[in-house]
Ligand binder design. Structure first.
Ligand SMILES: Nc1nc2c(ncn2[C@@H]2O[C@H](COP(=O)(O)OP(=O)(O)OP(=O)(O)O)[C@@H](O)[C@H]2O)c(=O)[nH]1
Ligand SMILES: [Mg+2]
Length: 235
């Protein structure tokens, strides 16, 4: 596995097979997929296992006993990807909000940068035109707030589509990460900035999921609201 795509899943039964097929049809050499499923009630875990039989050398599946949040899912799979010798390690959602066709562009950026971020808030990037005012405000406001509190300079501080060189994940203290929900993205962005890695933002258009349901909750928003202050203090 030269490039490992880490993908946490919770109730993504419809999306996961389509996503796996699209990723492997990109023709990226040495591409692998690490799926971390939290015992999804809709059977995503079994679907992941059958995909792993279909692609025995490319797909690894981690089963966790229950919904434990994306933060710990990513940390677990980052360690696996490092053990498997991956040079480039991606974070990516299963719901097609992160366009798979941008993966090769982000890999190409790894020649000159340590981190590539699939970014909604740089020129050429954007969010789903179908989003209503409230959804746009939540995304934009969350990003402005996270940047204001922490001083993160990347324009899309909450982006969950990222690619790291292996060195970055080797050097960061992954055991220190406490974020459970999506604020994990801010923590990674901040930790990378503190260590001075060169980061590039690649424009993407973030498309609303067409299948399955969002896992966004008030609990996740609340955690993000307070934890950015903690992140600022701890690094
Ligand atoms: N393993 C695991 N995966 C999760 C968990 N929560 C969310 N995910 C996955 O993380 C990715 C992002 O979750 P989404 O529900 O799409 O959240 P979002 O993109 O912030 O929200 P939307 O814009 O509404 O889609 C998806 O692949 C989910 O299946 C969790 O607790 N455990
Ligand atoms: Mg989503």
């Amino acid at each position: 596995m030269k490039t490992a795509i880490v993908m946490p899943t919770y109730n993504e039964a419809e999306n996961l097979p389509l996503m796996a097929n699209q990723l492997f049809s990109l023709g990226v050499e040495g591409l692998g997929l690490i799926i971390v499923d939290d015992n999804s009630p809709d059977g995503t875990g079994q679907i992941a296992d059958s995909l792993a039989q279909q692609y025995p050398h490319q797909i690894k599946v981690v089963h966790r006993p229950g919904k434990m949040g994306v933060g710990s899912a990513y940390i677990h799979a980052f360690r696996m990807a490092l053990d498997m010798g991956a040079d480039y390690i991606f974070e990516m959602d299963a719901d097609f909000s992160h366009p798979p066709e941008v993966v090769p562009t982000m890999i190409a950026m790894m020649k000159d940068y340590y981190v590539a971020v699939g970014s909604r808030y740089v020129d050429g990037g954007g969010v789903d035109p179908k989003w209503g005012l409230w959804r746009k405000f939540l995304s934009w406001g969350g990003n402005v707030y996270a940047r204001w509190v922490t001083g993160v300079r990347v324009k899309d501080a909450t982006a969950g589509f990222k690619c790291f060189r292996r060195l970055v994940l080797e050097e960061l203290d992954l055991a220190k990460v406490e974020s459970g929900g999506y604020v994990f993205q801010v923590e990674m962005a901040y930790a990378c900035q503190k260590r001075g890695y060169r980061v590039v933002e690649v424009p993407i258009t973030f498309i609303e999921r067409a299948r399955g349901r969002s896992k966004m909750s008030w609990g996740i928003i609340w955690e993000a609201a307070w934890r950015v202050w903690q992140i600022k203090r701890r690094y």
